[in-house]
Design a protein around this ligand. Structure first.
Ligand code: ATP
Ligand code: MG
Length: 563
């Protein structure tokens, strides 16, 4: 491709709202443009990368026996009503009405649609298993579309759905997808973790996320270098047994005056006690308005996802000052003793002795509190957020913490959708049973951003080879120089004849501008034809690492051969 005839509108500056490297460079290097918040246009370069990612995904999905389909983007509201998600999905669902007043949604995901297809067309165990997938534009009216392709309102997803006759076979389908995903992300050239994920509101048996490691990513992961365990901090089990304080004899409980002292830090300093022996009492309001008190050791952080899951709530929030006042609770000095709320305790509080809690009275705390002598929680639950240094739930080594971007998600759904939508099959024994399902997503457009997040330097993108828009960038540094032009044209022809994807910068602009653009665009291999041709030399450069070496023009063939 000749740059002079192509369309690569590079920019010196990124737009103000671009904060992360992928957003900045994909725009500056002319891969994408924003149309409106969360809506992006893929320019020719961006489109090429997208197709490469899609084709790698397609190759391995096909190899795994999944069948590609294409479902309508418009999905009838009746299907969403059947599973209850018309209401549950809330504002993220783009809803619209046709001319007859029938309601539709722009598909954010397609469990309902595919389950409808299957229930209408699959009857017998002989028709199963099946795994259908599609690569399609999805719509979600995200509360905060941001970071360019990372969180769009319209984005491209590969979604797959497996249908099986037994739990065992469904697990097998799930395992096949897990292995397939590893092949896909390996071939994409990304550094990723497969993490145990929270099953959350979608419901289901188990779930893994594929997370590309990046600084400041939205996903918070703990992982173990020794045994390979990795989990979302919401899903990671807290091994409190290995983090307990030594046992102590119970001392008599005492109410102490602690004027204006309420945070863990303040109480710890004022009373001169280890934060591990101060128990925080957090009042949470669940989505149905129920208030609950949750205890957690002073050095631990509560995880709201774990809380939501335990109470099977959709949402929760820390009680505000007004809400506390309504409940008759003294802010800053809340404690479990004499509190008129159900009290739940994080496992970190289990077997803790002589600890400190608020006294439900302004400026007072209790010290030397003990369970069950002084109060009894309804239940001990793992509400702790896992963190660096916690013992690995599998091998007990200290965990490490990192952030990342979720690029894939697999779920064993079970019969949630098949039962709600009556997708049954007739088994060998003649009985009707619900089909067991799994669902498997990959964020195709997010992957493009994830690859850049992981592969860039201060000058621009450094594409992993398998998804680079072109393999070779040929720069003719001065197209007005006949010798340069002739040699460059020759190399261009040779590369094309060999089927190498080559971008040929034949524009009449300064060498400096060409190098700047080339760095920004990030094509892995570069041949630079400049003044050196006078001595029969051209330069080979690698975008990654910046290696440069001169080779004789007659050796270019050999180099192209290697490519
Ligand atoms: P997130 O937690 O990031 O919102 P999700 O759990 O809602 O993701 P899924 O419903 O599992 O995502 O969708 C499958 C994949 O689609 C995700 O793993 C992610 O890579 C991608 N994805 C989800 N939402 C977006 C979005 N708004 N923009 C781009 N890609 C997205
Ligand atoms: Mg989401």
């Amino acid at each position: 491709m000749r740059a002079s005839q192509y369309f690569i509108p590079t920019l010196k500056e990124a737009p103000a709202e671009a904060e992360v490297p992928s957003h900045i460079y994909l725009i500056r290097a002319g891969y994408i443009r924003q149309l409106a918040a969360g809506l992006y246009e893929y320019l020719p370069l961006g489109f090429r990368v997208l197709k490469k990612i899609e084709n790698i995904i397609r190759k391995y999905m096909d190899e795994a026996g999944a069948l590609e389909v294409l479902l309508p983007v418009l999905t009838p509201s009746e299907l969403w009503q059947e599973t209850g998600r018309w209401d549950v999905y809330g504002k993220e669902l783009f809803r619209l009405e046709d001319r007859k007043g029938r309601l539709f949604a722009l598909g954010p995901t397609h469990e309902e649609t595919i389950t409808d297809l299957v229930r209408k067309n699959i009857r017998s165990y002989k028709d199963l298993p099946k795994n259908f997938y599609q690569i399609q534009t999805k719509f979600r009216d995200e509360a905060r579309p941001r970071y360019g392709l990372i969180r769009g309102r319209e984005f491209i997803m590969k979604d797959a759905y497996s249908f099986d006759i037994s739990e065992e076979m469904a697990v097998n389908s799930y395992e096949i997808m897990k292995e397939t995903y590893k092949k896909i992300f390996d071939e994409l050239g990304l550094d990723y973790l497969m993490v145990e994920a929270d099953v959350g509101a979608i419901g289901g048996k188990f779930s893994h996320e594929f997370v590309v490691k990046v600084p400041n990513g939205e996903a918070h992961i703990v992982y173990c270098d020794s045994c390979g365990y990795a989990a979302n901090i919401e899903a990671a089990k807290y091994e409190f047994e290995l983090d307990k304080l030594p046992p102590e004899n119970e001392k008599p409980i005492e109410k102490v005056y602690t004027p204006n002292v309420s945070s863990v830090g303040e109480v710890s300093e004022f009373l001169n006690v280890d934060p591990k022996k101060i128990v925080k009492t957090l009042v949470y309001i669940l989505d149905d308005g129920t208030a609950v008190a949750v205890l957690i050791r002073g050095d631990r952080e509560l995880n709201e996802t774990k809380l939501i899951n335990y109470f099977k709530a959709l949402d929760c929030h820390l009680a505000t000052s007004e809400e506390l006042e309504k409940l008759g609770i003294v802010e800053g000095f809340v404690g479990p003793i004499g509190l008129d709320l159900p009290v739940y305790a994080d496992v970190s509080v289990k077997d803790l002795h002589n600890f400190v809690v608020g006294a439900n009275e302004k400026d007072y705390h209790y010290i030397n509190v003990n369970i069950p002598r002084d109060f009894k929680p309804v239940d001990f639950v793992d509400f702790s957020t896992a963190r660096e240094g916690d013992p690995c739930p599998r091998c007990k080594s200290p965990l490490k913490e990192t952030t990342g971007l979720e690029v894939g998600h697999i779920f064993l759904l079970g019969t949630k959708y098949s039962e709600a939508m009556k997708a049954y099959f007739v088994d060998r024994d003649g009985r009707e049973k619900p089909i067991i399902m799994g669902c498997y997503g990959i964020g195709v457009s997010r992957l493009m951003a994830a690859a850049v997040e992981q592969n860039h330097d201060e000058n621009g993108i450094i594409w992993p080879e398998n998804i680079a828009p072109f393999k070779l960038h040929l720069l003719a540094l001065n197209v007005k120089d006949n010798q340069i032009k002739t040699v460059a044209e020759e190399i261009y022809k040779k590369a094309k004849d060999r089927g190498i994807e080559v971008l040929y910068d034949d524009r009449d602009i300064s060498p400096g501008a060409k190098f700047k653009d080339a760095d920004l665009i990030g094509i892995p291999y570069r041949i630079v034809v400049g003044r050196g041709v006078k001595n029969g030399k051209v330069e080979i450069q690698l975008r990654k690492g910046g290696d440069k070496r001169e080779i004789a023009v007659e050796n270019v063939d050999e180099f192209l051969e290697k490519l």
